[in-house]
Design a protein around this ligand. Structure first.
Ligand code: KG4
Ligand code: ZN
Length: 340
């Protein structure tokens, strides 16, 4: 049997400092996440400068812990995978510099990973049967994409948001109804107490682009609804707003994903990114996939939001594909999917 391939992965693109050790692309030996959420909550969102400083403080600690939990040393590692974009440049640079230093010191190969390709790859961790091709809906704080995963590491974008990302819409609506940051999980929770049919928010359809999304309209409609209630001295029912807003977003995400999967002849669908942890999305997507004979995959919530295990999985397939980066690897804040 071939020797196991161990990847040490590092992720620092936003507000989590994370390191993981992944074996053969599918087995997570450790997954350490140091979250800065409590710190950024004070400011209602991620403050880039604070994020970078916190990453510097934590990065060595999380890497040491990831190696210890996996019961391996740097000498056992075959390659170092690191997120080099997209994300906050100062935050990314911390992980990239650290990975380069480890690669230089240990003479192990360095593999730069696209953060969103990492999110897609999170699906491989718990679904041993999942292999490309499949249709993947990526919904995070900064991205909303429909992508055909043709092969490991080969992506074809078929749809994208024209304005806000789905997670961004969740975060903005949460702020408008006073739920704070990060809004997604809070809207998800409050929506369970509300009536999703109480308010009819718009579902944007873009002429000639059936797989593209737009969430700025629904976000504005929520703000207008709140203003109009306030002006009329009517009670603002936050749970109904959360449930109705979530319903509008979920309906658009599900319908377009199913349409794209069928049009592209896919039999498998996966969802990825922070919003893939949303309970209403998981439920509605399961129902629609079942009704259309499509097999649905989604990661556990811990692998939906930012983590380094997913970066380790993506790095493994890049390692097999022969991707190697030099010590001139830089952070690329607007890195495109599929760009090397
Ligand atoms: O993937 P992620 O951790 O970071 C980015 O790469 O952006 O996604 C974070 C986003 C945030 O906008 C957060 O509000 C949203 O994912 N999110 C959720 C849920 N959990 C996280 N949105 C809706 N429902 C959730 N349960
Ligand atoms: Zn992310």
């Amino acid at each position: 049997m071939d020797k196991d391939v161990l990847i040490l992965a590092i992720e620092s693109s936003c507000d989590e400092t994370a390191a993981a050790v992944v074996k053969n692309g599918r087995t997570v030996l450790s997954n350490v996440i140091s979250s800065q959420i409590a710190l950024h909550t004070l400011y209602g969102g991620v403050v880039p400068e604070i994020a970078s400083r916190k990453h510097i403080e934590k990065i060595n600690q999380v890497i040491t812990e990831a190696l210890e939990k996996a019961n391996v040393t740097l000498q056992d590692i075959d390659a170092i995978g690191v997120t080099y974009g997209p994300g906050l440049v100062g935050a990314l640079l911390v992980g990239v510099a650290e990975a380069k230093a480890i690669s230089y010191a240990t003479k192990k190969p360095l593999i730069g990973v696209h953060h969103i390709e990492g999110h897609v790859s999170a699906n491989y961790i718990e679904h041993i049967d999942l292999e490309p091709p499949f249709m993947c809906l990526i919904v995070s704080g900064g991205h909303t994409h429909l992508v055909v995963v043709r092969e490991y590491g080969v992506y074809e974008i078929v749809g994208r948001t024209r304005d806000d990302a789905a997670g961004e819409a969740f975060d903005k609506v949460a702020r408008a109804i006073g739920l704070g940051y990060p809004g997604g999980p809070k809207v998800d929770k409050l929506a369970r107490e509300g009536n999703k049919k109480a308010i009819s928010f718009p579902r944007a359809n873009i002429e000639g682009a059936p797989y593209d999304f737009s969430f700025s309209g629904v976000k504005s409609a929520v703000l207008n609804h709140i203003n109009s209630c306030t002006m009329k001295n009517e009670e603002v029912n936050r749970a109904d707003i959360a449930a109705s807003f979530q319903e509008a977003v979920v309906e658009a995400l599900v319908n377009k994903t199913i349409l794209a999967a069928k049009d592209y002849g896919m039999t498998k669908v996966a969802i990825a990114g922070g919003v893939a942890a949303n309970s209403a999305l998981r439920e509605a997507m399961s129902e629609k996939c079942n009704a259309n004979g499509l097999k649905l995959y989604y990661p556990s919530p811990i692998y939906c939001t930012d983590n380094a295990a997913m970066i380790g999985v993506a790095a493994y397939y890049e390692y097999l594909n022969g991707t190697r980066h030099g010590l001139d690897l830089n952070a690329v804040p607007n890195l495109k999917i599929g760009q090397r």
